[in-house]
Design a protein around this ligand. Structure first.
Ligand SMILES: C[S@@+](CC[C@H](N)C(=O)[O-])C[C@H]1O[C@@H](n2cnc3c(N)ncnc32)[C@H](O)[C@@H]1O
Length: 215
């Protein structure tokens, strides 16, 4: 296993092609994302924005939108900046579990293919933070690798724990290893984070989009 930011930094050149051609459902999911944002969305939070594949589609519908993008990997953010000259971007190189978010700031929040690496409790805490950072009628759209069976989720987490123990990795250090959760667990976590209503709006292969509404 590689540290999260080293994993992405080493693959930034082939990253976009891999997501568009190598991950079932991803290209279609990027195309769907703009239609899931609120019509009047002006301030958008993008967690784990990477090189901005989802933003490419969003800028087509919302050319004037202001985007706050958070990502651990400096090289991915550099590529994002290069991809979108002239757009309204506030890019933060950091860990979205730690970055402080002001309350009632964003019309919409999104995350795309970045949440399938973390434990339930950590995600619930993050969802609470996103919930509070959204405006009253805001929504959070999560596209991610999700599975259907609890057994499959448990196997991934058990193997990840085994590898972490073997390598002596400390709590709070991020390594790249996929631990997808079931769609059902994801919906439960988002509701525990405060969202009133959560709906699955897209699923091709394991690529799944959930829409979580603040009210
Ligand atoms: C698979 S990429 C997705 C990038 C982009 N959203 C897309 O769909 O093309 C996952 C991204 O999440 C970032 N990431 C992973 N864990 C993170 C964390 N705790 N805080 C901030 N960014 C994180 C990685 O650096 C990487 O750029």
């Amino acid at each position: 296993m590689e540290r999260m930011e080293d994993f992405f930094a080493a693959r930034v050149d082939e990253y976009e092609e891999h997501m568009l051609s190598g991950v079932e459902g991803c290209e279609q999911a990027y195309a769907v994302i703009p239609s899931l944002l609120t019509e009047s969305c002006r301030d958008l939070l993008d967690l784990g924005c990477g090189t901005g594949l989802e933003l490419k589609q969003i800028f087509k519908r919302f050319p004037d939108i202001s985007v706050t993008g958070i990502d651990l990997t400096r090289e991915m953010l550099d590529q994002l900046k290069h991809n979108f000259p002239g757009r309204k971007l506030n890019l933060i190189c950091g860990n979205y579990f730690d970055v402080e978010l002001k309350r009632n700031t964003f019309d919409c929040a999104i995350s795309f293919q970045t949440m399938h690496h973390f434990e339930h409790e950590a995600k619930i805490g993050l969802y609470q933070k996103i919930f509070e950072a959204l405006n009253g009628d805001g929504r959070y759209i999560e596209c991610d690798y999700m599975v259907e069976d609890q057994e499959e989720e448990d196997l991934h987490f058990a193997e990840y724990k085994r590898l972490r123990d073997e390598m002596g990795i400390q709590e709070g250090e991020f390594y790249h290893y996929d631990t997808p959760c079931t769609v059902t667990n994801q919906i439960t976590m988002l509701k525990k984070g405060g969202f009133e209503r959560v709906e699955m709006v897209f699923r091709i292969g394991n690529t799944t989009i959930l829409a979580a509404y603040k009210e």
